[in-house]
Write a protein that binds this ligand. Structure first.
Ligand SMILES: C[S@@+](CC[C@H](N)C(=O)[O-])C[C@H]1O[C@@H](n2cnc3c(N)ncnc32)[C@H](O)[C@@H]1O
Length: 207
């Protein structure tokens, strides 16, 4: 069962990419020249600011948790943002949702680190998903990734290089870097900042 209203496509099941969701998504995409996609958009702080700064771009959040997805959609409505779409779905289903060369930019902010050895297979950013993102990005499209987890950062950076991406920005101390001015913070970022954790950020372009 999928419930939709402008700005929100909320499926009862996280694995659902029904015909109806896809149809709603395609209808919204057709109204914009390009789109940004944020994986694991959480409370929507970053997604909504991204949308406010890019009124001509459809900013799509993929969030597995029902409440977070729904509330983000509600906040977008409250703020009068008409270029936001939040889907309650598993971001691993990207390939079912977008077409090749359709996405202008991907954003992955502070994904769950899954840092025990037996959990590594659960990480969102793996070889397969990065290859899918590369395929879905339009020429010149970028992936921006932030994390507080140094090892996840280093291993993703290696996967990107092995996958033929061009890393154009990279820092293990975002707030002390030249890229802090245009940085859009996230809810988890505020938490890590308050704990004085250094924040890592990279931006990679499809090679
Ligand atoms: C650590 S939180 C970060 C949230 C937000 N990006 C931020 O920086 O404040 C990770 C988020 O990713 C979502 N998430 C985890 N796995 C996901 C998946 N496979 N598909 C979509 N969302 C996912 C979680 O529900 C959670 O909201």
């Amino acid at each position: 069962m999928v419930k939709t209203k402008p700005g929100i496509i909320v499926a009862e099941q996280e694995r659902e990419t029904s015909e109806q969701s896809r149809h709603e998504l395609r209808t919204r995409l057709a109204q914009f020249k390009c789109c940004f996609v944020e994986l694991g958009s959480g409370s929507g702080l970053h997604l909504l600011e991204l949308a406010a700064q890019n009124p001509d771009t459809l900013c799509i959040g993929l969030e597995i948790r029902f409440k977070r997805a729904f509330r983000t959609g509600e906040k977008a409505e409250r703020d009068g943002l008409t270029n936001v779409l939040v889907m309650r779905t598993n971001a691993r289903l990207l390939k079912d949702l977008f077409e090749v060369g359709e996405v202008a930019g991907f954003f992955v902010n502070y994904p769950d680190p899954w840092d025990k050895r037996r959990w590594l297979k659960n990480r969102l950013l793996n070889t397969e998903l990065l290859a899918t993102m590369k395929e879905l990005l339009m020429p010149g499209g970028t992936l921006r990734y932030k994390t507080d987890h140094q090892e996840y950062f280093a291993s993703t950076s290696t996967l990107l290089q092995d996958g033929g991406w061009r890393i154009e920005k990279q820092t293990t101390d975002l707030l002390a870097s030249e890229w802090t001015t245009n940085n859009i913070p996230t809810e988890f970022e505020y938490l890590f900042k308050s704990q004085n954790k250094p924040l890592c950020m990279l931006e990679a372009r499809r090679g």
